[in-house]
Write a protein of this length. Structure first.
Length: 118
């Protein structure tokens, strides 16, 4: 599935648009793994805008940014990520805001240490 991302870099007076296709499924049936791929794709698009010569496959960490799922004016929802580097917005996606928010919350939750039982 292809979708547009709008990218704003800090210090620039204009936005750029790119198209990414990190997952084959439609948003209503995204798995947690798909959501991770979407967020990583958005972060990579932001990084490519700032560092076009960087390795496109370099590792991405799902931390150090703020995110929100918001209704889009003509329907659906968008995902917005913001960090010191800039911001990236993807969508709109045809999925309920609360469902997508819950999926992102799940994948963004830090891993819990396992408790050993003796």
């Amino acid at each position: 599935m292809e979708f547009p991302v709008d990218i704003w870099l800090r210090g620039d007076n204009h936005a750029t648009t790119a198209v990414i296709a990190p997952v084959p499924r439609e948003p209503r049936v995204w798995t947690d793994a798909d959501v991770v791929l979407v967020l990583e794709g958005m972060l990579r698009a932001l990084d490519r805008a700032k560092n076009p010569d960087a390795d496109p496959g370099r590792q991405v960490a799902l931390r150090g940014f703020s995110w929100i799922v918001s209704p889009f004016e003509t329907g659906g929802v968008v995902i917005a990520l913001e960090m010191t580097l800039g911001a990236v917005i993807a969508g709109p996606f045809d999925v309920a805001e609360r469902e997508l928010t819950a999926r992102i919350e799940r994948v963004m939750r830090p891993p819990q240490p396992s408790l050993a039982v003796h």
